[in-house]
Design a protein around this ligand. Structure first.
Ligand code: FES
Ligand code: FES
Length: 168
């Protein structure tokens, strides 16, 4: 008879937005609930609760995940990034506002966090594919794709300017 591996009991330690945390809840508790209820990080939204809408997207060790599907145990020892980790004045956040990529805002935290994982060089099609798991009922998506590309261009311009400033 085969035995299933059980998640280790006891508090689960990981980092959220660079800060070490330890959470003592059942290891199968959804990461989404831990973030919102235990850690007070309500920027991460719940939409479908079934892995279909992307509203709950966070980065876990640099990869976008639906936090409604991730058990707390899977975060053990990992690094979670939520929308709060961007601080409010991140180039992506500014670009979403500038391009009209935010309307009701329900999808926005998940969209922006998912966009963080895209390569800077992503063209519209790559952005579209990269955000295909994030649903938006309001914007028609084009403003969101423009915002992601605008942020990438601004970041590249900033780096080029910085390099020029520092060049002899
Ligand atoms: Fe997690 Fe919809 S709430 S994917
Ligand atoms: Fe409303 Fe995207 S802005 S769901």
């Amino acid at each position: 008879m085969s035995r299933r591996a059980r998640p280790a009991a006891g508090p689960v330690a990981f980092t959220v937005n660079g800060r070490p945390v330890e959470v003592d809840r059942h290891p199968m508790t959804r990461l989404l609930d831990v973030l919102r209820e235990d850690l007070g990080l309500t920027g991460t939204k719940e939409g479908c609760g079934e892995g279909e809408c992307g509203a709950c997207t966070v980065l876990l060790d640099g990869r976008p995940v639906c936090s409604c599907l991730v058990p707390l145990a899977h975060a053990r020892g990992g690094a979670v990034l939520t929308i709060e980790g961007l601080g409010g004045d991140h180039p992506l956040q500014r670009a979403f506002v500038a391009e009209g990529g935010v309307q009701c805002g329900a999808c926005t935290p998940g969209m922006i966090v998912a966009a963080l994982a895209l390569p800077r060089t992503a063209d519209r099609e790559r952005v579209r594919r990269g955000l295909a798991g994030n649903l938006c009922r309001c914007t028609g998506y084009e403003a969101i794709y423009r915002a992601v590309r605008r942020a990438a261009h601004e970041a590249a311009d900033g780096e080029a300017g910085g390099a020029a400033e520092h060049s002899p």
